[in-house]
Design a protein around this ligand. Structure first.
Ligand SMILES: NC(=O)c1ccc[n+]([C@@H]2O[C@H](COP(=O)([O-])OP(=O)(O)OC[C@H]3O[C@@H](n4cnc5c(N)ncnc54)[C@H](OP(=O)(O)O)[C@@H]3O)[C@@H](O)[C@H]2O)c1
Length: 248
């Protein structure tokens, strides 16, 4: 297999696990990140050690010029793009809605929503058979928050993931006859550094007793669902969601 994948936000957490797993399955991997170059370079090194090609590209998914450069660089250095994982996202400190301000809303929606739209656009322009491409697959990383609304924590983040769900359904139907499948995973409570950004590093342990499977999830467990959705095994699956949330 000589397929090229872009994983946004792949310097740590679920994105890093997805990039590693994609590399182990033979994809050439573009490891996108924002700030942490050393971590991204380490993921690239691990993928190369396992026998696949990889590059790291710093690009802010909320910036249109950055996103264009991300896709251009990937084509120049790896030879195209067959798969995209819209994984990069942010959340901010837990708070109630009455304490949210416009600048925070802009930041959260810029990365989580605009970023997913801009990256999807660049992918469709290259993958669509309508534009001379060879098709491909996109997986959006949504969240169980899109269903729960995350009261008392971050309704803004939850709403951004609701938008990602709508993007998934709409785009899946728009490009279904152009060789592109679009699906999403909705992780539940996964052990990553993201919870520290919300001000509660041990959030998963707090919630774990209420999860039917009795524990939080690991990034690799989300990555496996993503790679399945990208694979030919999922050839009749588009506009679909996999909850990777331990039953909650
Ligand atoms: N962890 C969970 O429990 C959970 C649950 C549900 C859904 N999710 C979703 O799963 C995905 C991954 O979450 P995670 O927990 O692995 O997150 P994380 O550990 O906080 O990692 C976030 C990654 O995104 C990158 N990033 C942030 N802003 C970016 C931007 N503007 N442009 C490009 N890259 C950017 C970061 O890069 P730098 O390190 O270089 O800054 C980092 O690699 C997200 O979509 C999240 O919403 C997570």
């Amino acid at each position: 297999m000589n397929r090229v994948i872009i994983v946004t936000g792949a310097s740590r957490g679920i994105g890093a696990a997805t990039a590693r797993l994609a590399g182990s399955k033979g994809y050439s991997v573009c490891v996108n990140y924002l700030h942490n170059e050393a971590a991204a370079r380490e993921i690239v090194r691990e993928i190369e050690k396992a026998g696949s090609s990889a590059i790291q590209v710093s690009a802010d998914v909320s910036s249109e010029p950055d996103v264009k450069r991300l896709f251009h660089t990937t084509r120049e250095r790896l030879g195209g793009v067959d798969a995209l994982v819209n994984n990069a996202a942010i959340l901010e400190h837990q708070t109630r809605l009455e304490d949210l301000d416009a600048s925070r809303l802009s930041r959260v929606f810029a990365t989580n929503v605009f970023g997913s739209f801009l990256c999807s656009r660049e992918a469709v322009r290259r993958m669509s058979t309508k534009h001379g491409g060879q098709g491909g697959a996109i997986v959006n990383v949504s969240s169980g928050a899109a269903r729960s609304g995350s009261p008392d924590e971050y309704i803004d983040y939850a709403a951004s993931k609701g938008a990602v769900d709508t993007l998934t359904v709409g785009l899946a139907r728009e490009v279904a006859r152009e060789g592109i499948r679009v699906n999403a995973v909705r992780p539940g409570f996964i052990y990553t550094d993201m919870h520290a950004s919300g001000g509660e590093p041990d959030r998963v342990d707090r919630i774990a007793p209420s999860i039917p499977l009795g524990r939080g999830g690991q990034s690799i467990e989300v990555a496996r669902a993503i790679l399945w959705l990208l694979s030919d095994e999922a050839s009749y699956t588009t506009g679909s969601f996999i909850d990777v949330s331990g039953g909650r």
